[in-house]
Design a protein around this ligand. Structure first.
Ligand code: WQD
Length: 334
């Protein structure tokens, strides 16, 4: 298929583009490069040994989107968006404009071009306060921060689109915590400034860019007191997108699917696995709880297996080994 990848130079977008090319799809992509580097696109081309047409473009450029979509694509994989939970609390209007209005621009351009097959990068954040683990797709949705609200709003846009025009086929993929990197060590997570997320902070500490990891709370009602999350290898995540793309015809309009491993791991377990991968102790201190953090959330992955014929295959050691290889080979990122 001829696929357009939005946010193609980002962490998830670049890994998805690589797996699409490896599977024989024709890939074009765009990005506004606000939080990523075009070097990632160059490396995807190098790793796949195939072309990837790149355009620097912003989701807020409605005319630019119409021009690009007029080239004709079979499907769109939509990753472009702002994704820092803390920043979304400080700048809710920016997140609404970029993530929601931007996605609306994209969907209008798709409709105009007659392209109605969409795989959207949603998030487990839409589940808000977790009532019961593991979380399945029937768990009620609620927003606990502006970032989560934008994901929820774009999902609702997808449901409305397919209700209005049943020709739309939309996979709303709710990821848990993406970590790791392509085993080549050439692609990886390269956040601008201080990483919000655990794994990049841990690996930047291991490589000497940070002094120590602050563990946000060890007094949660969990086995070792630290928060539990469902960490999933970014390559498994990318392959989940590929599986969704290839199964879109079986979708009844817009449908949500969790992409997780089904296993919860604590912050201290991640630190131990990362230390093993890096072959060194990673200094850390216990700090106060971070506002907004849930004690524990992990996925029920059953629907993804049933609907997409996909399950995560890489364990936490593989996630840490691959993430470490990226960080060691690219200490300053791209
Ligand atoms: C994981 C755990 C922290 C940093 C968010 C988004 C989610 C998705 C992934 C986009 C928590 C602890 C973290 C640190 C720590 N993003 N931690 N010290 O908050 O589960 O999920 O990122 O889709 O939508 O909500 O991920 O990596 O920030 O935190 O102790 O320096 O690590 O308290 O328990 P989170 P995270």
């Amino acid at each position: 298929m001829k696929v357009l990848v939005t946010g193609v130079s980002g962490y998830i977008g670049s890994h998805a583009a690589l797996e699409l090319l490896r599977a024989g799809h024709e890939v074009s992509g765009f990005d506004n490069l606000s939080n990523s580097s075009e070097e990632a696109v160059r490396r995807v081309r190098e790793l796949a040994g195939k072309p990837l047409a790149f355009t620097k473009l912003d989701l807020l450029d409605a005319d630019g989107l119409k021009t690009l979509l007029a080239q004709g694509f079979d499907a769109v994989m939509h990753f472009a968006g702002l994704k820092a939970v803390g920043e979304s609390v400080e700048k809710p209007a920016l997140y609404r404009r970029n993530n929601v209005d931007g996605s609306r621009n994209l969907f209008e351009a798709m409709q105009k071009a007659g392209c109605r097959r969409l795989v959207f990068s949603s998030s487990c954040t839409v589940y808000g306060e977790v009532k019961k683990n593991p979380v399945d797709e029937k768990h009620p949705r609620s927003a606990v921060n502006p970032y989560g609200q934008t994901k929820l709003d774009v999902e609702d846009m997808g449901f409305a689109l397919s209700k209005k025009d049943p020709r739309w086929k939309i996979a709303l993929l709710r990821y848990f915590n993406p970590v790791g990197a392509d085993p080549s060590g050439r692609l990886g997570e390269d956040p601008r400034g201080t990483p919000n997320n655990l794994m990049p902070f841990v690996m930047q500490t291991a490589v000497g860019r940070r002094d120590k990891v602050r563990v946000f709370g060890d007094d949660y009602p969990t086995p070792d007191g630290t928060c539990v999350r469902d960490y999933i290898h970014v390559t498994d995540l990318a392959l989940g997108h590929l599986a969704a793309l290839e199964k879109l015809d079986s979708f009844a309009g817009a449908e949500a699917v969790n992409l997780g491993t089904g296993h919860g791991r604590s912050v201290l377990e991640v630190l131990a696995a990362a230390s093993k991968a890096a072959g060194r102790r990673i200094p850390y201190e216990i700090a106060p709880q971070r506002a907004g953090d849930a004690a524990a959330i992990w996925a029920d992955p059953a629907l993804a297996l049933e609907k997409l014929g996909w399950r995560a295959e890489r364990d936490l050691d593989a996630m840490c080994a691959d993430h470490w290889r990226w960080q060691k080979d690219n200490p300053a990122g791209y």
